[in-house]
Design a binder for this molecule. Structure first.
Ligand code: ATP
Ligand code: MG
Length: 288
């Protein structure tokens, strides 16, 4: 069974899409079949991989509305082992169209279920909101990867995301875990960045990814060329950092890479225990 990772943070512009595209591409480059699902009406993952807007194309909107299967929505990308289910701006309407629908939170989970055998990783790029679209992604996911900018207000709003994850675990998806927290646009040379990292390490412990993503112009340029950074400029610091992040994530998965027993997501027999406690939101120093 593939692992479904939702890249989520309701704060805008923290690097969700950049992380989703480049993590998915790096996983594919590591020769594991990977699917990127664009769950955001902004469709930045879709355009970032070079797909022009096309209202006729089967998209994540059709999946949520039950109008197409996951199989019908798959598109090949320039990378052999990377596929995408694109988005379109009409996805914004699904929030309203599904309000009274049966099982409205389970639509993405059900659509992806038949694809889980085929892909070792399914990466979901979420919109900057805790809306029904993000809810669908979090119900479909095994774990959440939270990109955070290493800045003074980094933790602001995180309690709301952690509360949402708790509520989803309680009601809709008991096995939802935290894959990790990844620092994006990170400038390790500044004192402030070091302070923020120490604060996050203190709060998230092992969940804070060892890999940090530097601010790197190539990461910002690559989407306008319709390519992940590793195809646009494979030797850039940005591309290299996402390759390292992919390795770190693969290492945590017992079924794909080598098992590292010291990781929180440990061995098969401990799988059921992998759901860790989230520190109480009140314990957080929101000024970090
Ligand atoms: P939204 O909340 O709107 O979906 P997001 O969280 O997906 O945004 P991105 O679109 O990935 O964030 O990034 C926001 C902007 O910052 C983009 O212009 C992107 O190119 C740029 N960016 C992201 N990460 C980096 C980085 N490490 N270095 C330089 N620029 C970056
Ligand atoms: Mg985005």
């Amino acid at each position: 069974m593939g692992r479904v990772i939702a890249v989520a943070n309701q704060k805008g512009g923290v690097g969700k899409t950049t992380t989703a595209i480049n993590l998915a591409a790096s996983l594919a480059a590591a020769e594991v079949n990977t699917l990127l699902v664009d769950c955001d009406p902004q469709s930045n993952s879709t355009s970032g991989l070079g797909f022009v807007k096309d209202p006729e194309r089967v998209s994540s909107y059709h999946l949520l509305m039950g109008a197409a299967t996951g199989e019908e929505a798959l598109l090949n990308t320039e990378l052999d082992q990377l596929w995408i289910i694109p988005s379109h701006k009409n996805l914004i309407g699904a929030n309203i169209e599904l309000v009274d629908a049966d099982g409205r939170e389970f639509r993405m989970r059900e659509a992806l279920a038949p694809l889980r055998e085929r892909f070792q990783f399914i990466v979901l790029d979420c919109p900057p909101a805790l809306d029904l679209l993000t809810l669908n992604a979090l119900v479909a996911a095994d774990a959440v990867l939270i990109p955070m900018q290493g800045e003074y207000f980094a933790l602001e709003g995180i309690s709301e995301l952690l509360d949402t994850i708790e509520r989803i675990r309680a009601a809709l998806n008991p096995s939802l875990g935290i894959e990790g927290v990844v620092l994006t646009m990170f400038d390790e040379r500044t004192n402030l960045a070091q302070q923020v990292m120490a604060e996050l390490k203190n709060f998230f412990g092992e969940k804070l990814c060892r890999t940090t993503i530097p601010r790197n112009i190539r990461l910002a340029e690559a989407p306008s060329h319709g390519k992940p950074a590793l195809m646009y400029d494979p030797r850039s610091k940005g591309a290299e950092s996402y390759i390292r992040l992919a390795k770190e994530i693969i290492e945590r998965q017992p079924s794909v890479g080598q098992t590292n027993a010291s990781e929180t997501f440990a061995t098969e027999e401990h799988k059921g225990e992998a759901v860790e406690e989230i520190p109480a939101a009140a314990d957080m120093d929101k000024t970090a």
